[in-house]
Design a protein around this ligand. Sequence first.
Ligand SMILES: *Cc1c(COP(=O)(O)O)cnc(C)c1O
Length: 498
Amino acid sequence: METQNFSRYFLNTDQESVALYQQVMQQAQTALVNQFSTNQKPYSGLNYQELNVLLSRTFQEVVPENPVHVNQLMSDIGEVLIKNSVVVTNPLCIAHLHCPPLSVALAAEALISGTNQSMDSWDQSSAATMLEQKVVNWLTQAFLQNDKADGVFTSGGTQSNFMGLLLARDRYLFKRFNWNTQKQGLPPQAHKLRIFCSKDAHFTVKQSAFLLGLGEQAVIPIETDHNHRMCLRDLDQRLRDAEEQDLSPFVLVATAGTTDFGSIDPLSELASRAKKHHMWFHVDAAYGGALILSDRYRDKLKGIELGDSITVDFHKLFYQPISCGAFLLKDQSNFNFIKQNADYLNPEDDEETGIPNLVTKSIQTTRRFDSLKLFMSLQSLGRKKFAEMIDYTMDLAKETAMLIEEDKQLELVNVPEMNAVVFRYVHQINGKKVDKINTFIRTRLIEKGDAILARTRVQGRAFLKLTLLNPQTTMKDIRLIINQVKKIGGECEYNGNH
Ligand SMILES: *Cc1c(COP(=O)(O)O)cnc(C)c1O
């Protein structure tokens, strides 16, 4: 067989390969700076049909027979894709729990993908495994203060919540019925299992319920108070009802930072309910977990240390590029409920010699070295700077809420517990028209590329939402957006066609 030279396509000892790597990385940086981060507007304004046309025109074939020159490719990607991306770094892009990523984390991303370590087994990720464990140890200390605690990085809140509910279910069935779910599947009593969470909990609680074979019927949504926190009276009543109906409540899910309102359930009170009823206590702190870094707001998480498991996301208020999250567990022995030994990855003899194969704690196999970017960010900024950024966005939300509250043309829904503000344009309109106008306002702002807000529904009615994660957003930006909202709202009101 004739040897061929493919080596220029990979980064290696070859000079030509190093030059090509540096060239494409430089070109990618240039595209990001020129077509993205320095954009004045948060979006170009193209709608999905226009994007479709543009894409078909630029990229006629997905797999051309012969290569496209890399300069051409980079320029097309920049002009077409990057230029028409949602500019998450722009101060007027404040729709979702979708943060601007820190530059140092972007550098870390280049190292994560460049080294391409896989976190499933130690022999694929030597030093990376040790660093992930080090970061996890810090997280478990910060959140759980328990020597038996452990954790693992995940793709985000969806996966972390799923893991929490999975372990909760399997431990419950084991303790209560000596049932091994891993081997035996669900027992006949499974239809009686119940998950308690507030009605403002993340939809992935329901999703996990059906993925776990319990069906959405297993989820009992508890009423929330005027601050969108779980209502303890309703919880107590529902727990009594469940007992009377001979149901099996096995997990209580608290939310620390609900997606719409950023509200935080009363964690300590919920922990004591969970304990009394022998339920697993899972805290979904995907959004609110970042408050752990803040001297001013850490207290809002009081009681989180009582969690049996905790979800934290770093691609939200920790300013990390997607994806980056963690699942934390108070008692590491509960990882045994998902343990599998594969001879080729994590054989039992590795366990005997102490070689850590992180796949044992994960429901992913091949897995990215995402802890590196969090680690480099924490190192590079230091805790205080993180805390200042988080505190700033919390204050920004408070001031924004005050501004909205004082304005007769607007209606504020929530005094923000964190940094999400929900409101709507009202002025002199009423009835169904209010919903239409608010929906139109949001669409119009995106079409003009002027601002990206989110929408949500509160008691069936349409509202606008500002998720103020970006510490570069100023009150000046907020006033600009609010004036635009009122201007567009006023125009529709008088045109009368909405
Ligand atoms: C974002 C979020 C999730 C889902 O997390 P992903 O990282 O998007 O998978 C779950 N719970 C809460 C409260 C969230 O805000």
